[in-house]
Design a protein around this ligand. Structure first.
Ligand SMILES: Nc1ncnc2c1ncn2[C@@H]1O[C@H](COP(=O)(O)OP(=O)(O)OP(=O)(O)O)[C@@H](O)[C@H]1O
Ligand SMILES: [Mg+2]
Length: 251
């Protein structure tokens, strides 16, 4: 079967003077349509580097990346931009909404760039706003919305392009925990309705809302499986530290 996302032995190596930093150190990963995957790991483990490659914002140093069967690992900037527009919907920690445009215009903007007609833009934007429960706020300016609502507008903007994959990099990073859970609830709902979601987070309590967790450490995958398996959320270092503490305390 053809996978939606297929990374094969992907390396991303940065040469820093004499030192080669292996931001990704041989990653193989497949994602199928309808999955909800959280990529987790500590700061510096390679999450954003993986996200940039999956999101066609960067290419691997070596290894291959196929998106819906197309080899994107060797594409130039223009070809990558086209694939991004067609296939990917991005949600970031900062909502990146344009303050002077109202909610509807913000959601329509990428469609305008993609050359979609005015009536079709309006239809798709209103449909996407309906899916995140904000159709009634379509004439508001971003400043007239709460943080959680602004993030939902950015989710609608990602959805309006009808992407094959929704990529969310720390989407709850700027939100309080209750609002963060709400936004996660929307991603779960979209996934239940058939959308494929790849979520990047350092927060285990957010990651367990996905169906599958991929844990990175030092640019390598150290766990890939069910999000509800205890091994998915155990940090090896924390385990080791707990073990040492138990020994010291003779427990
Ligand atoms: N442009 C770059 N040049 C050199 N080294 C880089 C570059 N980008 C990332 N790195 C290094 O690659 C490693 C992985 O970085 P990455 O940004 O993917 O981590 P991360 O898991 O997203 O961390 P965080 O949770 O802090 O965002 C780090 O050691 C980082 O210093
Ligand atoms: Mg990062």
């Amino acid at each position: 079967m053809e996978h939606l996302i297929e990374l094969r032995d992907v390396y991303k190596i940065y040469q820093m003077g004499d030192e080669a930093v292996h931001a990704l150190d041989g990653i193989s990963l497949t994602v199928d349509p309808g999955e909800f995957v959280a990529i987790v790991g500590q700061s510096g483990s390679g999450k954003s580097t993986a996200m940039n490659i999956i999101g066609c914002l960067d290419v691997p140093t070596s290894g291959t990346y196929h998106l819906a069967g197309v080899d994107v690992s060797t594409m130039d900037d223009d070809q990558q931009a086209e694939i991004r527009n067609k296939m990917l919907g991005f949600i970031f920690q900062q909502y990146n909404l344009i303050p002077k445009l109202n909610v509807l215009e913000n959601v329509e903007l990428p469609l305008l760039y993609a050359g979609v007609s005015a009536s079709e833009r309006h239809r798709r934007a209103m449909e996407a706003l309906g899916r995140v429960g904000l159709a009634d706020k379509c004439k508001n300016l971003p400043s007239q919305l709460s943080g959680g609502q602004q993030q939902r507008v950015s989710i609608a903007r990602a959805l309006a392009g009808k992407p094959s994959v929704i990529l969310a990099d720390e989407p709850t990073g700027a939100l309080d925990s209750r609002t963060g859970r709400e936004v996660l609830g929307f991603l779960q709902k979209l996934n239940a309705e058939g959308d494929t979601v790849v979520l990047i987070t350092h927060d285990n309590s957010i990651a367990v809302k996905a169906k599958r967790i991929v844990r990175l450490q030092d640019g390598r995958i150290i766990y890939d499986g069910d999000a509800h398996d205890p091994r998915a959320v155990v940090q090896p270092e924390a385990e080791a530290a707990a073990g040492e503490a138990r020994e010291v305390l003779n427990l």
